[in-house]
Design a protein around this ligand. Structure first.
Ligand code: UTP
Length: 476
């Protein structure tokens, strides 16, 4: 039933949104109903609270008492390696028992990459042009075969990219996965407000400008969509969460699962060493005695530059947004109003002005509100931070060019696969730039160096760009 518009107009005025009230009052017929339906879904009181905090002021953070993260470092000794081995076995057991679900965060807008459509459709692979979704699906298929387990895959989309993401999977026959094993869930949105007066912006006279409410929206989405219930019914205990733009992610890495389980952790994270103090990654640290992530813009320079006696950065633990999260933890956090704090992002937000003219700003003019998944970390009773080697696990595709771009991801993947080949005794030619030639390995052929060694015939050679696939073994 259409919401009654007059009370809604009053609510807008009461919540400090006179511009929206006027916009509603100015419309008639269908456009009025369309806008009213959208406004009725907005938590106007929450928006008022956020505007009070964020509009016209810099976001200020009280950091609390900060110490470097307690982390499980990369193995150096035989004892460390044995510890990792035991963790791996524990993780594999958990996988084999069907207690793990995979959760992909794919609701972002990917504006920095500037690619049309969901980022998962980005054809990152240098030879086959396979997309991120396709590649993740192949890894998941390989893991399911390896551990003979269901390993359901939950994908969080946003209202902006949900339909096209589903269509992508349907058209591609779910990239060979059983359609019943892939579950889509749509995250929520928040309206954008103008940065000076906190008025909700309209992208058309009858439409509010909304954007996804951040990856922290995952927690509420898991509950609202019924995914948590589905997981409970199928015996899932642990969620492995990862982002859509990191092709190097080692999905459901058993060691990580094992360490998380041994510690009785509710939420755990993977960290890589920061390259330089000013690198733009959030840092995992201990804040008031609990694990948490400090955004790079909030880490005071003195801490960012602080070093240990051995010269290494004290705040080294760059978060790469890979987590193990217990289902019970998500249930606890979402059993009532979710407490994740909102952050503000200053962005260029095209909108219509009071006279109905479209404004395409050249400077950031609007504020978007987002929550971050890592803000759940301090709420966990126990948490593990596991160090990983960056070159093995992390090369995100964020920007169209330069750092963290398709180009850097391609180089890092080539280097990774070159190391695998070389460990199997197969030399890899380098190109004029001194980098290995383009290499691809279908995850169904091998998920790591050991598996590649076992899969390769004795006389295998690489003489140029090579894509190792299941059926062809060598293409390219
Ligand atoms: P980013 O922080 O890189 O944001 O997301 P983004 O929207 O994808 O990209 P930009 O900033 O516009 O260039 C990190 C991960 O979190 C997911 C993204 O899909 C990506 O996997 N994400 C982000 C969501 O699922 N929902 C959101 O609201 C935001």
């Amino acid at each position: 039933m259409a919401p009654a518009v007059d009370p809604l107009i009053d609510r807008c005025r009461a919540a400090g949104q006179p511009a929206l009230a006027d916009a509603l009052a100015a419309l008639q017929g269908d456009p009025r109903e369309r806008l009213a339906a959208q406004v009725a879904e907005i938590d106007l009181e929450l928006v008022a609270e956020l505007c009070e905090r964020f509009v016209g002021s810099e976001e200020s953070h009280q950091l609390g008492a900060v110490e470097p993260a307690d982390a499980i470092a990369l193995p150096e000794t035989e004892v460390d390696r044995q510890r990792d081995e035991i963790a791996r076995e524990r993780g594999e057991q958990h996988l084999g028992e069907g207690k793990v679900a995979l959760v992909l965060l794919a609701g972002g807008q990917g504006s920095r990459l500037g690619f049309e459509g969901p980022k998962g459709n980005f054809p990152f692979a240098p030879i086959t042009g396979r997309t991120l979704f396709d590649f993740f699906a192949a890894r998941i298929d390989a893991l399911r075969m390896r551990y003979d387990t269901a390993l359901p895959w939950f994908i969080m989309t946003s209202p902006v990219n949900d339909a096209i993401t589903r269509e992508t999977f349907a058209t591609a026959d779910y990239f060979g996965l059983d359609p019943d094993s892939v579950h889509f869930m749509v995250q929520g949105t928040m309206p954008a407000v103008d940065a000076t007066a906190g008025q909700i912006l309209l992208e058309a006279p009858d439409r509010v400008s909304v954007s996804p409410d951040g990856h922290g929206g995952l927690l509420g989405t898991l509950r609202r969509s019924g995914a948590l219930d589905l997981m409970a019914d199928s015996g899932i205990e642990t969620l492995f969460t990862f982002q859509v733009d990191n092709p190097l992610v080692r999905i459901a890495r058993p060691q990580f699962l094992g360490h998380h389980l041994f510690a009785g952790a509710e939420m755990s994270s993977i960290a890589v060493r920061k390259t330089v103090p000013e690198e733009n990654v959030g840092v995992i640290a201990k804040i008031d005695g609990r694990a948490g992530v400090i955004e790079y813009s909030d880490l005071p320079a003195a801490l960012a530059n602080q070093r240990e006696a051995d010269g290494r950065l004290s705040y080294w633990a760059g978060s790469i947004a890979i987590h193990c999260i217990e289902r019970g933890f998500v249930e606890r956090l979402t059993d009532g109003r979710l407490g994740l704090p909102f952050h503000r992002a200053l962005k260029k937000v095209p909108h219509v002005d009071a006279s109905g003219q479209l404004v395409d700003p050249v400077e950031p003019n609007g504020i978007k509100f987002e929550t971050f998944l890592f803000d759940a970390l301090p709420l966990a009773h126990a948490s593990v931070t596991l160090e990983a080697a960056r070159e093995e696990e992390f090369s995100p595709i964020k920007n169209a060019e330069g750092v963290d771009s398709p180009q850097t991801a391609r180089v890092h993947m080539n280097r990774l696969y070159a190391r695998w080949f070389e460990a199997a005794g197969v030399p890899i030619p380098v190109g004029a730039d001194g980098e290995p030639v383009d290499l691809e390995i279908d995850p169904r052929v091998a998920l790591n160096a050991d598996e590649l060694r076992d899969a390769l015939p004795d006389d295998f050679e690489v003489t140029g760009p090579t894509a190792l696939g299941l059926s062809t073994m060598v293409e390219g």
